[in-house]
Design a protein. Structure first.
Length: 387
């Protein structure tokens, strides 16, 4: 049985004044059901992706989805978490529910981060690392990726030009994304140069190399392929793979992102396609160094040569394989629990030809990579429109 996405919804990302975690969840849940053309009574199961880790005083949040409509009362609802890949973990659990017989599954991802004081934000995010090794890292999780960037530079040379190119590309793409937190084309020169507005944050990473602290939510409705083909739209999962790696970076060569590599290998094999068949990719650019290493881990470039793709425009929106036409986490924002669901919504919009200003022409097949921690939780989806 092939699971399909038949409805979706996406909030704006950013610092959302007047919103609560509950309001973020219930709004996108209601909109996704309406977009799918079904009612709350049709839902067989609910999955909520919510990282929390201290961002919300309200824990045990699965039942917040039921606040959307009284008709959702008594539906099975579960919250899942897998660090920054929490949203994709929720999607995968939703697919399993469809495979187990649920006719319609509502998957929601949400996070409210901006109401948390700055020092606490850093402490909460650092919980996605291995605390015995990284718990005292200056600059929190940015410091973890700062160490990764420093090690990459030591092995392969200074890649500051490539990181700036990735940041500039994603900010340029995000200008046309109405859901993005930062809709401003910063330009390569601004991203490349240290300045008062773009200081170094951790190691060789500047502010423009780091994703944003965000509030936001996204939702999808899943069903089986037979049901989906009778509906208005059907975006099928050609593949959905999950690979979990060791948490301590000391147990891995962190510059290889081997879990990412393995997830892509499995997904491409399952889908029966190659990277050349993809129309675009949405990938996890929590930091620009992550996107650079992901180019290599997914097989677009040899190890140490990913910079060429960024500098030569291979991954630009009008390049051979557009990467992050949405603007990515860098421009769109990164509300932890919502990110993976957001990637699936925006990929579905591309394949349905409903992506507006960020539309990739003639998009036929979309790839998604979402990771939790430093390439610890690795999820790859390959989506194809069948109706």
């Amino acid at each position: 049985m092939t699971a399909c996405i038949v409805g979706w919804a996406h909030s704006r990302f950013g610092k959302l004044e007047g919103e609560t975690l509950e309001s973020l969840i219930t709004k996108v849940a209601a909109e996704a059901l309406e977009h799918a053309g079904i009612g709350p009574e049709d839902v067989g199961e609910i999955v909520l992706g919510h990282f929390n880790a201290g961002f919300s005083a309200q824990d045990f949040t699965a039942s917040l989805v039921l606040q959307t409509d009284d008709r959702l009362r008594f539906k099975p609802a579960t919250r899942v978490e897998n660090a920054c890949a929490t949203g994709s973990a929720a999607v995968r659990q939703g697919i399993r529910a469809v495979d187990s017989g649920a006719r319609f599954v509502l998957v929601v991802g949400a996070e409210q981060m901006t109401t948390t004081p700055g020092p606490e934000i850093g402490a909460n995010l650092l919980k996605a690392s291995y605390l015995p090794e990284d718990g005292d890292t200056p600059a929190g999780f940015a410091g973890v990726f700062g160490k990764i960037a420093h090690a990459y530079f030591q092995r392969h040379g200074d890649q500051s030009d490539a990181l700036a190119a990735i940041a500039a590309k994603n900010h340029k793409n995000g200008v046309e994304n109405p859901y993005a937190q930062m809709r401003k084309d910063l330009g390569y020169d601004f991203c490349r140069q240290e300045s008062e507005k773009n200081p170094y944050v951790a190691g060789p990473l500047k502010r423009t190399d780091c994703s944003l602290v965000s509030d936001g939510a996204a939702a999808i409705v899943l069903t089986d392929a037979t049901t989906a083909l009778s509906m208005r739209r059907a975006i099928a999962f050609r593949a959905n793979e999950h690979v979990q790696d060791f948490l301590p970076m000391s147990k891995r060569d962190i510059l290889l992102f081997e879990g990412c590599e393995q997830a892509w290998v499995q997904a491409l094999k399952k889908a029966g396609v190659t990277l050349d068949d993809l129309s675009f990719v949405e990938t996890h650019d929590c930091f620009t160094i992550a996107e650079l290493i992901e180019y290599e881990a997914m097989g677009l470039a040899k190890r140490g040569e990913g910079a060429k793709l960024a500098l030569e425009g291979y991954t630009a929106k009008d390049g051979k394989l557009p990467v992050n036409p949405s603007g990515g986490l860098k421009s769109k924002g990164h509300p932890i629990g919502a990110t993976g669901v957001s990637m699936h919504v925006l990929t579905s919009m591309q394949l349905a030809g409903e992506a507006g200003g960020i539309q990739v022409p003639n998009a036929k097949l979309g790839g998604i990579f979402n990771m939790g921690g430093a390439a610890v939780a690795n999820y790859v989806s390959i989506l194809d429109r069948i109706r």
